[in-house]
Design a binder for this molecule. Structure first.
Ligand code: PMP
Length: 379
């Protein structure tokens, strides 16, 4: 099977990730922060070490500002619902995933007003359009760093600078970039950074997190046991405990730590370069096929290896099924991003999405191109 669905979740994971998860469950499967015995203490230290690895990756000085969640969806819900109240205004973009748009829609019904800034054909958002929409009550700008449909990279540095200047909180969804592109919360003025563990960080599913600027007051999504201040019925205010009620996903967190070790050993620039080279080859070969409609940006500096296309006259899901028959795994349809399609002309058909990962090779692209030719010939 050729796996081209890495934007959904990376596969395979590095061997050390599988090993670490098994090791955690078999050898230190206690409840961290809940026991005074060696196993619980050992596991708590390992969890801290993963927090440190994430903090380093985003240039955060205090690892306690990294909160673990079940994934980016929970992180984004925590940020949006924890921050926004009736009367607040938020600016977002047409390129967002439903993990931003749906919580915002729910908040809209509770009196939060929302402005969705358009994107151009290449998936880019204009800084001028964002600035134009800022109102007296604008509390937040939320945007994804990289589109999960087109792979377009947004200029988060300029948007972050604008937010800082206007004293607006800046939330970035880095699901499709953390682990592939350098991210610096200080340089980019990011206050809240939602990430997924199972995509470019090569961890398992069910783990993710959020960086929270300690100056921002968020309501927790849930209350409960934290292993700290246990003689009180009141939820602790200290971070990360405030947001981490209940037993943590320890195998997931340690697996994520092993995924980050893998990235650090290879080097984020090496990973990015490999993906870019594969992406260049893929785009070059796709452009040679006259029956392919490609979407998104051409300039490799402003894109990642998430590539959307359609075969002329063919429904995206049929293309996906026929590729599956050839043992090639892609994603088809709307990719949980409902607004982007009216901007790129795919409103009733969606797209076929190839998303490359570190474990893809040039031969995979050759086989894929042959499969597309065969599919088109047999229409
Ligand atoms: N945002 C983007 C841009 C995504 O691609 C995804 C996953 N498809 C999410 C958020 C949700 O991530 P998770 O699966 O970790 O909840």
């Amino acid at each position: 099977m050729i796996y081209f669905d890495n934007a959904a979740t990376t596969f395979p994971k590095p061997e050390k990730v599988y090993e670490k998860i098994l090791y955690t469950m078999k050898n230190i499967g206690a409840n961290p922060g809940r026991g005074s015995h060696k196993m619980a203490i050992n596991l708590a230290e390992e969890i801290l070490s993963t927090r440190i690895k994430i903090a380093k990756m985003i240039n955060c000085d205090d690892e306690m500002n990294i909160v673990f969640t079940s994934g980016a969806t929970e992180s984004l819900n925590l940020a949006l619902k924890g921050l926004l109240n009736e009367g607040d205004h938020v600016i977002t973009t047409a390129s967002e995933h439903n993990s931003v748009l749906r919580p915002l829609k729910a908040l809209n019904l509770k009196g939060v007003s929302i402005t969705v800034v358009p994107i151009d054909l290449k998936g880019r958002v204009s800084l001028v359009d964002i600035e134009k929409e800022i109102k007296r009550n604008t509390k937040l700008v939320v945007i994804n760093h990289v589109s999960n449909v087109l792979g377009t990279i947004q200029d988060i540095n300029s948007i972050g600078e604008l937010c800082r200047r206007k004293e607006i909180i800046f939330l970035v969804d880095v699901c499709q970039s953390l682990g592939l592109l350098p991210i610096d919360i200080k340089k980019d003025n990011i206050d809240l950074l939602a990430f997924s563990g199972h995509k470019l960080l090569y961890g398992p599913q069910g783990i993710g997190g959020i960086y929270i600027n300690p100056n921002i007051c968020l309501k927790p999504l849930k209350e409960g046991g934290t292993g700290s201040y246990s003689n009180s019925m009141v939820q602790p205010e200290v971070i990360p405990d405030k947001f981490e009620s209940g037993t943590l996903n320890c195998p997931g967190i340690l697996g994520l730590g092993a995924g980050i070790d893998f990235i650090n050993e290879i080097g984020i620039n090496v990973i990015r370069e490999k993906e870019l080279n594969l992406c260049k080859l893929l785009l070059k070969e796709l452009k040679k096929l006259p029956f392919i409609i490609l979407y998104g940006i051409d300039n490799n500096l402003y894109r990642t290896g998430v590539v959307s296309f359609n075969i002329e006259g063919m429904d995206s899901s049929l293309t996906g099924n026929l590729l599956d028959n050839e043992n090639i795994a892609v994603r088809t349809g709307y990719h949980c991003a409902p607004l982007i399609h009216s901007f790129i002309g795919t409103i009733n058909k969606g797209t076929v999405r190839v998303s490359l990962g570190y474990f893809n090779e040039e031969e995979h692209i050759e086989v894929f191109i042959k499969a597309l030719k065969k599919i088109y010939k047999n229409i």
